[in-house]
Each structure stands twice: as structure tokens, then as C-alpha cells.
Design a protein around this ligand. Structure first.
Ligand code: NAP
Length: 250
């Protein structure tokens, strides 16, 4: 009987957990604990880091995990790297459930940067009114540019006050629509959006709204992921579970 470990924190992970539960599969969904109230899952859940590669390897062995599905966010590079190494050491098959990255569409005004540091450098300019939609973990990185007005939209309030004198904070989980985000940007006089290239539909409204309002977007590219087997849908993960280890080069 398979015993899955789903590394979660995304809508894709929740969709996979639903599909696995419907099939009567055994498994656990793991969260880092970054949000105060993770979405309820149809499978048992655990919260908190494993303690690096060694901790994850020990967890896989102690719990008799038969398959790991990395459905973390495309910016969760540390967890994904740890999963590759721990699964290799513990000889447990691993697959990543990923989403395509967003591509610039006609009407978009993107400036692409390779990482958060690149975004911080690009903001070394006269004051703007910025929608900074990058999650609470990275707010402190933007402290070198306190001249801007920052509109912050966060799932939970930050643990420490944002390091900007001029900001407005909204605590809201979404999902948001293009109409919601267009109205928000207009109400706050936003003239620049800063976003990670998360991909998927859940966080796309602000990108579509920026296009509709002809606003520039500072788009942060995804970090490089370690080599691993990847699929793009829950159905493909289920198919992999049926044949794990044989047809996807794992
Ligand atoms: P990260 O930098 O890759 O991970 C840092 C450490 O957090 C990992 O080494 C691991 O600790 C722990 N961790 C991360 N994901 C975990 C999980 N699903 N279960 C148990 N431990 C986990 O990741 P992150 O960027 O902080 O993201 C954390 C979580 O938030 C991920 O699950 C991701 O799906 C979700 N998320 C991230 C973003 C983003 O922009 N980064 C956005 C939305 C959601 P140990 O080494 O102790 O095991």
C-alpha cells in the first residue's frame, strides 16, 4: 500500500491531496508553517521543517514513506533541493508537481529580474507607488529603498513591522479577481507592481490587472531547481503512482 508524502503549501498540493484521498490512498501533507492557518487537507497533515536533508531522510525511513511528491511553490528551492537529496539517499521515488511560469502577453509591460536582489536594485529610483506582492518573508530585503510607498498584501500580518516608513498593509488570502486587483491598484494610485513569477492561476489576477491598466511589472524570475522528474498535473502524478519508478526515469 503506497504511503505518500506530499510537500505542500500550494493549491496544486491541495488538489493532489483531494485526488489521493478520493482514491483511498494513504499519505501526509507537509507544510513549512509559514502561514498561521494552512488550508484544511483531506489527508493527515504535519507542520514544520524536517531538519534539513538528514531530517527528511530519517522521516522517510521512520514513517515508511513510499513516494514523495514535491508540490511546493516554485520559489521554495531549499525544500526542493533537500527532497531530491533525501529521496536519493533513502531510495524513495520523487516527483515534482509544477506549474508553467507566466509568459509576457501583448499589452504587458514587464521588466524581468533574476532574483529578489535584482528587484531591490531595480527599485533604487525616485519614489513610486508600488504593489509589493512577494510574501512577508522577503519584505526586509526591500528595506534599502524606503523612499517608495508600498502597498503590501499578505496572507498573515508580518511578525515584525515592515521596514518601510510609507506603507499600507492589507491582510487577505485571496483568491483575487482581475476586477478586484484593478480596483485596488486604482484606489491606491499604484504605478508599479512587483511580483514573483509564480505561475498558475491563483496569483495571476494582479498581472492581468496591471496589463489592463497598462502598469509596469517588475517580474522576478524563478530560481533554478535541481534536476528531478517533473509533471504538470494531478492526473500525471496519479499515473506515476500507478507505475512509479518505471516510466518517468525515476
Ligand atoms: P524553502 O526556502 O525552500 O524552505 C526552507 C525550509 O523550510 C526548508 O529547508 C524546510 O526546513 C522548510 N520547509 C519548506 N517547505 C516545507 C514543507 N512543505 N514542509 C516542511 N518543511 C518545509 O521554502 P519557502 O520559500 O520558505 O516556502 C515554504 C513553504 O511555503 C513551501 O511549502 C511553499 O510551498 C510555500 N510557499 C512558498 C512561497 C514562496 O514564494 N517561497 C509562496 C507560497 C507558498 P527543513 O530544512 O528544516 O526541513
Amino acid at each position: 500500500m503506497p504511503n505518500l508524502l506530499i510537500l505542500g503549501g500550494t493549491t496544486e498540493a491541495t488538489a493532489l491531496a483531494n485526488a489521493a484521498a478520493e482514491r483511498g490512498l494513504r499519505g501526509t501533507v507537509s507544510f513549512a508553517g509559514r502561514v498561521d492557518r494552512p488550508r484544511r487537507q483531506p489527508l493527515p497533515q504535519r507542520i514544520g521543517g524536517f531538519g534539513g536533508v538528514e531530517g527528511l531522510e530519517a522521516y522517510l525511513q521512520d514513517r515508511g514513506i513510499t513516494h514523495v511528491i514535491d508540490a511546493t511553490h516554485p520559489f521554495a528551492v531549499q525544500m526542493s533541493a533537500n527532497a531530491v537529496m533525501a529521496c536519493s539517499k533513502a531510495d524513495v521515488p520523487l516527483i515534482a508537481l509544477t506549474r508553467p511560469y507566466w509568459k509576457e502577453q501583448p499589452g504587458d509591460r514587464w521588466m524581468q529580474v533574476t532574483d529578489i536582489a535584482g528587484a531591490v536594485s531595480a527599485l533604487d529610483q525616485p519614489p513610486r507607488r508600488i504593489l509589493l506582492a512577494i510574501g512577508r518573508l522577503h519584505l526586509a530585503d526591500f528595506a534599502p529603498n524606503p523612499q517608495h510607498h508600498y502597498l503590501l498584501r499578505l496572507v498573515d500580518p508580518p511578525k515584525t513591522p515592515p521596514p518601510f516608513p510609507d506603507h499600507h498593509m492589507l491582510v487577505s488570502r485571496g483568491p483575487f479577481t482581475k476586477a478586484d486587483d484593478s480596483a485596488l491598484m486604482q484606489d491606491h494610485g499604484i504605478d508599479l507592481v512587483v511580483s514573483k513569477n509564480a505561475g498558475g492561476t491563483g496569483a495571476y489576477a494582479k498581472i492581468a490587472a496591471a496589463r489592463a491598466l497598462s502598469l509596469p511589472v517588475l517580474m522576478i524570475d524563478r530560481p533554478a531547481m535541481p534536476e528531478r522528474a517533473e509533471v504538470g498535473s494531478v492526473a500525471e502524478v496519479l499515473a506515476w503512482l500507478d507505475h512509479a519508478g518505471s516510466d518517468l526515469g525515476v
